[in-house]
Design a protein around this ligand. Sequence first.
Ligand code: ME8
Length: 526
Amino acid sequence: MSSGRSFYITTPIFYVNDAPHIGHAYTEAATDVMSRWHRQAGDDTWSLTGTDEHGEKILRTAVANGVTPKQWADRLVAEAWKPLLETLDIANDDFIRTTDEHHERNVQAFLQKLYDDGHIYAGEYEGYYCVGCEEYKQSSELLDGTGEYAGQLVCAIHSKPVELLRERNYFFRMSAFADRLLALYDDRPDFVQPDSARNEIVQFVKQGLNDLSISRSSFDWGVKVPWDETHVVYVWFDALLNYATAVGLSDDPEEFARRWPATHVVGKDILRFHSVIWPAMLMAAGLEVPKQVFAHGWLLVGGEKMSKSKLTGIAPREITDTFGSDAFRYYFLRAIAFGQDGSFSWEDLHARYHAELANGFGNLASRVIAMVGRYEDGVLPAAGESTEAEEAIQRIVADATTTADAAIDRLAVHEAIGAVWTIVDALNGYITEQAPWVLAKDEAQRDRLRTVLYTATEGLRALAVLLSPVLTKSTPILWNAIGAQEALGDLREQPLRDAGRWGQLPSGATVSPLEPLFPRIDLATS
Ligand code: ME8
């Protein structure tokens, strides 16, 4: 069922200085929904996630914990970051670590090429460095510290003091790429999205670019600069390259040609690295720039960006242990417009879980399946003649499929789910209006009853397919219960862009009882 299209999507690679919180989980879930969508639509899909393990931040954390940075990274990857993928039911194709041998080798080869081609020179730099950001800061990005940091300059993002560094470093001639970058943003308005992010980047680059310090010599936890082993590669330069080294870069040109360019999903905190530094690096190496950089917003807690350093981090399992991974994926991707900030609250999660998942979708599935059991002994009847009401449902299912697919193409995940939810709402309305329990009392309405039951069950068939990238655990259960597994094969094999074609579930399918897909949850006792 190949569509002939290809799609390579990435998450940022996360720092292993700490365990993940729901901000990281949000990026993972969004990326996973999009990659599952494309994969099920038959696109040649590759999804990458991983960890960023070099640099001063990780080194300091390891030292503070009395282990080597590699030991620390191994522990965090095994105990926190890989388990996150299971917690959220992520179907990534690869997991890259910047300490992977192939990555380090390819970083060195890339750097050497830029050096040989004259894009790198030795120089001196003095500036304020934020270890939290792993970045030199401009004075406009600093604030006067208060409380314990009074009298010091602090990073506006981390609220922690910055350090004045003076180093002899190697520099990447990034300033030479400002015009080409501006031309790129101009020629390809989709390159940086959403528009607010694009505008910010265009304004930033219009002011001119400085060259970028790309090595450090005051510590040694990083990839060695190939021509000068007293330096390690700047952690961001190393980290950005993961997207290319993971799919072959110099090791496997065929694989690289097949996968590249990528769609990068990142939080807006790291937009500049991805839409300025990264394409400039690729331009210098004569490689194609990414397909797109999409910056999503921040999860806010109490009006502020949620973060571990400010102790507002919530562990994903605090949510999934009670609500399940389907609810986690659904809630964050539906409630927050992708690209904008969104506030998290337990009350909102709880309310949406019940209104939309338990009552809206779960209850619809249970009711329809129970009625096929009760009135037709669990055998899906054939539909009789359609009326305006059935035609409306068919139209809504077809339209929702097209609309959702177009929304996914724009990375508007919330719109895609919203479009699919028009089917949930329409089917609920349809059942209330048609009142099969009334039809069942009248033998003369037998045909009508069968048409209604078929329509509702076939609607569930389409919903199971369209929601399978989001509700990865409940949709296969529903699929099985409506007899689709037996009649049509695996849910994941159903071509997604064909989900709106009416009449795929054959009459005679065995419909079996269903436990509630989203049982009610009492927050007070959970
Ligand atoms: O920046 N809301 O890693 P990191 C939404 N290693 N998303 C959030 C969030 C929040 N409150 N907090 C974090 C790094 N995120 C580098 C990346 S890529 C080559 C190197 C998510 O561990 C969001 O995706 O600090 C953000 O961009 C990312 O975590 C930062 O993760």
